[in-house]
Design a protein around this ligand. Sequence first.
Ligand code: TYD
Length: 148
Amino acid sequence: MLEELQIKNIKPLNYQIIEFESFGDQRGDLVALEAFKNIPFAINRVYYIFSTGKNVRRGLHAHLTLKQVAIVVRGSCRFLLDNGFEKQEIVMDSPKKGLLIEGTVWREMYNFSEDCVLMVLADQHYDESDYIRDYDQFLEVAQKGHRA
Ligand code: TYD
């Protein structure tokens, strides 16, 4: 698969699941997130999404340069990641896992459980000019950047 992508000069979908160490004892669990240790960038922003309605789809955008780690600290939700060539669906249902997304990747979040709290760490402050919110424009940017 990777070989096939390399022949076509297409980059594989740029995401990674980070497994966090949990310091659990008889009192419960604790996960610590630290820049350049288990989070591979300086954290400049944290936001979280909760009380998401049934059948709601969020995200529906890509970023030009932003790096993010998404952590479902409670409950579960699904991510659709798309780099313009390849799509992947990921279930996030553990506070011990982070989803690192970097590069121009279209993302959609859905199937939020009622109790879902989705926390996101980002390397940059909120900047609307870093967003691509139009899917056709995203395809143009993603495919132009990766084609031979
Ligand atoms: P939006 O981009 O629609 O969220 P999502 O991609 O998760 O569906 O953001 C909702 C609103 O919150 C919008 O008015 C922008 C604002 N916002 C901030 O002010 N700061 C932030 O860090 C983020 C992510 C959003």
